[in-house]
Design a protein around this ligand. Structure first.
Ligand code: XMP
Ligand code: MG
Length: 186
């Protein structure tokens, strides 16, 4: 059951603290800002888990950019990837000839991003790269490596800083492994 009182009671282990998140995003954001300076990139956020990361990372980059969002689903609300990609919302802008950077909350099986990359590549961007907040290499089912990673994490279902279980915990300021007792009866 999801506790009504304190979300942190449902966290088994904190993997990344609030302070670590902020300082690492400032660091990677500076690198990305240098790399994309003068390129007027389109920065695409994969909803909904990317929201806090997107806001912080795009500000840390400190360069002119155009923003866009898309929404896909491969999990259907639960904890297992269904492997089927559903487009709920496409981006609004034409990316042909443009430098595109995709921001993602977590790279786990890689199924979602791989399918997404294929679709976007067909639209003819000048470049197409991925920056993920979290990389969970142990979960990988397809061959795919992020271009930029903020944190590599071990196996386990994580929530917080945008990541959810049944839409809860997205507003936790840190990233942690969810206690099994929270979802074992679901
Ligand atoms: P993959 O790489 O498996 O990830 O296609 C697709 C999407 O699934 C979500 N995801 C998670 N969400 N805790 C979460 O709250 C996790 O451990 C986790 N692993 C994957 C996430 O939205 C990702 O974009
Ligand atoms: Mg989710």
């Amino acid at each position: 059951m999801i506790h009504e009182t304190d979300m942190m009671q449902d966290i088994e282990t904190v993997l990344v603290t609030e302070e670590e998140i902020h300082s690492r995003i400032r660091e990677v954001g500076k690198q990305l800002g240098d790399l994309y300076r003068g390129k007027n990139p389109i920065v695409i956020g994969v909803l909904k888990g990317v929201v806090p990361f997107y806001a912080e990372m795009t500000q840390a980059m400190q360069i002119p950019m155009q923003e866009d969002f898309l929404s896909v689903s491969s999990y259907g609300g639960g904890m297992q990837s269904s492997g089927k990609l559903t487009f709920r919302k496409d981006i609004d802008q034409d990316i042909r000839g443009r430098h595109v950077l995709i921001l993602e909350d977590i790279l786990d099986t890689g199924v979602t991003l791989k399918a997404l990359l294929e679709i976007l590549r067909e639209r003819g961007p000048a470049s197409l790269k991925i920056c993920t907040l979290l990389d969970k290499p142990s979960g990988r089912k397809v061959e795919l490596d992020p271009d930029y990673t903020c944190f590599v994490i071990p196996d386990g279902f994580v929530v917080g800083y945008g990541l959810d279980y049944k839409e809860y915990y997205r507003n936790l300021p840190c990233v942690g492994i969810l206690k099994k007792s929270v979802y074992q009866d679901d």
